[in-house]
Design a protein around this ligand. Structure first.
Ligand code: NAP
Ligand code: F7E
Length: 325
């Protein structure tokens, strides 16, 4: 007998990770439902290649009834909660909103899962921002948390409420503590995409300078396409747990800039200006993952390295701009 087709509901399906996860699960034969919030204009560019194989459901992490409705319609085996106000920089001017969506939104969807079908496996998109100012490096599942932004604080709430639902109700709820991961589908406001897009514009004569804030911040940057596999692997385990996902190598923003401009044969020093207005009220200076638990239990390893990632993003931006997009 043919095994039953599995199904998944992805919140944040139109974002960077949601779109890569949809591609990944469709290739595995899943039926995919995507939660999409109401907007005056649809934002489906990231998911355009897979869009016709996705059933979109209207819903918002601010509206629990919409989550119950989506779960009843989709009847998924797995839920991946990727939706969030995900930009750290905007979490200072919008701290309450960030708490509502990125923090309390996790309770809303967990509670909806519990009420509709507590047997659904649940993935929560936790973040290395929860480590923030931790003195320990590299950071693993046992490292103390020290969030440094309203976003980091909200993610920490989401992380703990996921563990709490697991412990209170015996739900299969896993939390992936993912370090920064990027791709050509990354939002323009994040530093990597801001750099690769502007460098491409400079190369094509469409811009003259790139203004950045803290060039010394260090991040453990990986490729989003690699990281969605880890999310899926977490839900295929016998027992739910929390896993750090990262490459184990860290680079500064300055090094990212150097690599992007060098790929285009440009001297970054001629174009980059430090703009103090772009500094954050409290920044995270160093993030570095110790992903040994994931290597051992999930058999997961990243495939794309730093140089390859930078070049992939720069090339995609040059190509897009050359096409006039
Ligand atoms: P992203 O590109 O910003 O995508 C976020 C998605 O959430 C978007 O599709 C957005 O919808 C949706 N969304 C926002 N508010 C919502 C709401 N109230 N209700 C329903 N949907 C809402 O983020 P990402 O980089 O893919 O990250 C995915 C998740 O992983 C996020 O939770 C992020 O915080 C977390 N994370 C990311 C990283 C990373 O380096 N990328 C690392 C650790 C954790 P619209 O399309 O309508 O805006
Ligand atoms: O900043 C510095 C900035 O905004 C990285 C999200 O996906 O990863 C992401 O959060 C660093 C910071 O990402 C600019 O100060 C300098 O130190 O690209 P970012 P993030 O804050 O690390 C975590 C893991 C998540 O969970 C989040 O959802 O770069 N930086 N100059 C700048 N950053 C930005 N955005 N823009 C600048 O001009």
């Amino acid at each position: 007998m043919k095994p039953k087709q599995k199904s998944a509901l992805i919140t944040g399906i139109c974002g960077q990770d949601g779109s890569y996860l949809a591609d990944f699960l469709l290739a595995k034969g899943y039926r995919i439902f995507g939660l999409e919030r109401r907007a005056s204009k649809k934002n489906r560019e990231n998911i355009s290649a897979s869009m016709h194989n996705v059933t979109f459901l209207s819903g918002d992490l601010l509206d629990e009834a919409s989550l119950v409705h989506a779960l009843k319609k989709a009847k998924p085996d797995e839920v991946y909660n990727l939706a969030a106000q995900s930009f750290v920089g905007d979490s200072w001017p919008q701290p309450v909103y960030t708490g509502e969506v990125t923090g309390l939104g996790v309770t809303r969807i967990l509670e909806a899962v519990r009420q509709v079908n507590p047997k659904i496996k649940f993935y929560q998109a936790s973040s290395s921002e929860m480590f923030g100012g931790s003195k320990e490096s590299p950071q693993n599942e046992k490292t103390h948390f020290y969030p440094r932004s309203p976003y980091g604080v909200a993610k920490l709430y989401g992380h703990w409420i996921t563990i709490n639902y697991r412990e209170s109700y015996g739900m299969f709820a896993a939390s992936g503590i993912l370090f920064n991961h990027e791709s050509p589908r990354r939002g323009m406001e994040f530093v990597t995409r801001k750099i690769t897009h502007r460098a491409a514009e400079i190369k094509l004569g469409l811009a003259k300078e790139l203004r950045l804030g803290n060039l010394d911040a260090k991040r453990d940057w990986g490729f989003a396409g690699d990281y969605v596999e880890a999310m899926w692997l977490m839900l295929q385990q016998d027992t739910p747990g929390d896993y750090v996902i990262g490459t184990g190598i860290t680079h500064s923003v300055r090094e990212f800039v150097e690599a992007a401009f060098a790929h285009l044969k440009l001297d970054w020093k001629k174009y980059v200006k430090v703009d103090k207005t772009l500094l954050r009220p409290a920044d995270v200076h160093l993030l570095l993952a110790d992903a040994r638990r994931a290597h051992k239990e999930l058999k997961w390893k990243p495939k794309v390295g730093f140089q390859e990632l930078v070049q992939m993003m720069v090339d995609a931006d040059v190509e897009r701009l050359a096409r006039g997009q």
